[in-house]
Write a protein that binds this ligand. Structure first.
Ligand code: C5P
Length: 294
């Protein structure tokens, strides 16, 4: 997350994430699932700007017409939470430039919520430290807290218990986001909890060592079969990416985005070029060449 303060505004650039590994360990009595997942922030950003709102209200404007800017938006919920915790009642105007595809497994909404907590912390000079932000983030959603520990972390519990992880080298990816998103709750409803969960030690080791080939072998997402049943484009794009020869490919989070893990930046560019030449067959899916964040 990058932040800049000017005389009258705070601007935040907040990234998307991908899951290189996601195992579902159990269903919990509270309706959530116990997870073990390796999350990594990538260089695809939403931008938020915070300014004073003299009316005393909260206003949210977004350049994406299909995003609701009502009170259920996670940004508005984050403002409410920040007000409650800080006792501040000042008005705030928020502008959002949305680039991260929505309902796509890239945690764009969670990233925006994290950016709102971090942005207001700076804008209102609240002095919250990282552990306070992580605790508040977990009240808003399972993968909000990760954005305070990015660029990479091993996450457990609902996803909100975070162990930061240093990548051995930057990773280059191609993301392919179908035009149809998926509801996280729907995908989790269809998941089968394995009696033999995959262990994450090998992928954590490969990530720390920067061993891209081993990372490719260890990519795993237990949610992918459930997402493929709801959205056949996931399986189509997965097979298409496999055919282009990256080191590995996977769906991220609860989908519907799939990604190719590449050996070096040039390989990501040539895979993106190959996808672009076959764009008529992608049925409107969008392609992004990204790198893990520093
Ligand atoms: O926490 P968040 O609001 O992002 O989760 C959205 C939905 O995804 C939850 O209501 C739940 O149905 C499902 N979920 C889950 N287990 C998790 C995270 C999310 O079942 N660890």
């Amino acid at each position: 997350m990058l932040m800049r303060r000017t005389a009258s505004a705070v601007r935040v650039w907040t990234p998307a994430k991908v899951n290189l590994f996601l195992e579902v360990l159990a269903r919990r009595p509270d309706g959530y699932h116990e997870l073990a997942t390796l999350m990594m922030a990538v260089s695809l950003y939403d931008t938020l700007e915070f300014t004073e709102e003299t009316t005393g209200a909260t206003s949210l404007h977004c350049d994406h017409p299909s995003l609701s800017t009502g009170p259920e938006n996670l940004i508005c919920r984050a403002v409410q939470l920040a007000r409650r915790e800080s006792g501040r009642s000042d008005g705030v105007g928020i502008r959002l430039w949305k680039r991260i595809p929505m309902a796509a497994g890239l945690a764009g909404g969670s990233s925006d919520a994290a950016a709102t907590l971090a942005g207001l912390n700076r804008f209102w000079r609240l002095g919250w430290d990282r552990s306070k932000l992580i605790q508040l983030g977990s009240e808003l959603g399972s993968d909000v807290s990760f954005f305070f520990a990015a660029p990479a972390a091993w996450c457990t519990g609902r996803g909100e218990q975070i162990e930061p992880l240093r990548l051995g080298r930057p990773l280059d990816l191609v993301l392919v986001a179908p035009p149809v998103g998926l509801s996280t709750a729907d995908v989790f409803r269809g998941v089968t909890v394995s009696t033999e969960p995959r262990a994450g030690a090998a992928i954590r080791q490969a990530a720390a060592a920067g061993d891209v080939r081993e990372l490719g072998r260890q990519l795993h997402n237990r949610l992918q079969p459930a997402a493929e049943r709801l959205c056949p484009a996931v399986a189509d794009l997965f097979a298409r990416l496999a055919g282009l020869g990256p080191v590995g490919q996977l769906m991220t989070g609860s989908g519907s985005t799939v990604f190719a893990l590449c050996r070096y930046p040039g390989e990501a560019l040539s895979i993106a070029r190959a996808l672009h030449s076959a764009r008529d067959e992608l049925n409107g899916a969008r392609v992004f060449v990204v790198r893990s964040c520093d």
